[in-house]
Design a protein around this ligand. Structure first.
Ligand SMILES: Nc1ccn([C@@H]2O[C@H](COP(=O)(O)OP(=O)(O)OP(=O)(O)O)[C@@H](O)[C@H]2O)c(=O)n1
Ligand SMILES: C[C@](O)(CO)[C@H](O)COP(=O)(O)O
Length: 247
């Protein structure tokens, strides 16, 4: 196993942040005086394995290039789906000479609280893997599978008058983990599995899923529960508290 592979880092930042609902894409929300994107680049910069970073941005992004970053930056335009943004970034990395056995690290711009320890842990784990490794954390809460039921009773004003959500069943959480980023893969292997996703018109929400479609093993590295993704409005308060606590 090539345990001294070069690491090519990319941050995916081409999303719209629709669930967060801000006036600008959430990666440009300000916390502790910087955008989430700048904070996430700074976290990658804390790793000795990472010396520059590819930013995958939207074609109409007018903010990224106005910002200062803690690493030398290159840019590429993303796609409609997150995995297509990753694929665009990967093709750019390959086009500038990445080897098949090199490692590519993919991180969400929306996860600025990742620790350098976790970054180095997942990189070092991937160096001993033929396909890759991702940060993840065991599910802590009881998991419910939900179902929507049209309401027949007098609806409470706080509920949608047409339907309520009910618990259908509980999912055994014994072996359930929540995936995070960074996710780190062999360049050539990620290129192959994303081509499979595209060819078969499949939908995935993380790159590890593409390997799972082909029954290829991706190692889970236990990461901090502080590595949350800014997704919904009330995540901002939690993320600010986490960042303050990490000082
Ligand atoms: N087509 C896309 C979609 C998402 N992302 C990036 O992937 C990360 C995680 O995705 P998510 O949290 O879903 O971000 P958004 O897609 O922006 O959020 P939403 O689904 O609420 O619109 C974010 O940093 C986002 O910028 C991307 O680069 N390209
Ligand atoms: C990649 C990811 O952050 C792992 O949990 C997550 O899948 C991103 O999903 P999103 O719907 O694009 O936020």
């Amino acid at each position: 196993m090539n345990t001294n592979s070069q690491v090519h880092a990319m941050i995916v930042a081409a999303g719209r942040g629709s669930r967060f609902g801000a006036s600008v894409p959430k990666q440009y929300s300000i916390l502790k005086g910087q955008t989430l994107l700048q904070l996430s680049v700074a976290r990658l910069a804390s790793s000795a394995y990472i010396n520059d970073c590819l930013l995958v941005i939207a074609a109409d992004d007018e903010i990224a290039r106005t910002l200062d970053f803690a690493l030398p930056i290159h840019y590429v335009f993303g796609g409609e789906e997150r995995w297509q943004s990753v694929q665009a970034g990967l093709e750019s990395i390959i086009n500038v000479g990445a080897n098949e056995a090199d490692l590519v690290l993919i991180h969400d711009a929306a996860r600025p609280a990742v620790s350098y320890i976790d970054i180095d842990n997942v990189i070092e784990a991937a160096m001993y893997e033929p396909y890759g490794a991702i940060l993840a954390t065991p599910v802590a809460d009881t998991l419910k599978q939900a179902k929507q039921v049209k309401s027949t009773s007098i609806s409470s004003p706080s509920f949608n008058d047409n339907a309520h959500i009910y618990a259908e069943r509980t999912i055994d959480r014994t072996h359930m983990w929540q995936a995070q980023t960074p996710q780190v893969f062999r360049v050539g292997q990620l290129q192959r599995v994303l081509a499979y996703i595209a060819k078969n018109n499949l939908s995935i929400t993380d790159e590890a899923s593409a390997f799972e479609h082909l029954n290829l093993p991706i190692r889970l590295v236990n990461g901090s529960r502080q590595n949350i993704k800014l997704t919904y409005p009330d995540d901002a308060t939690l993320l600010a508290a986490i960042l303050n606590g990490q000082e």
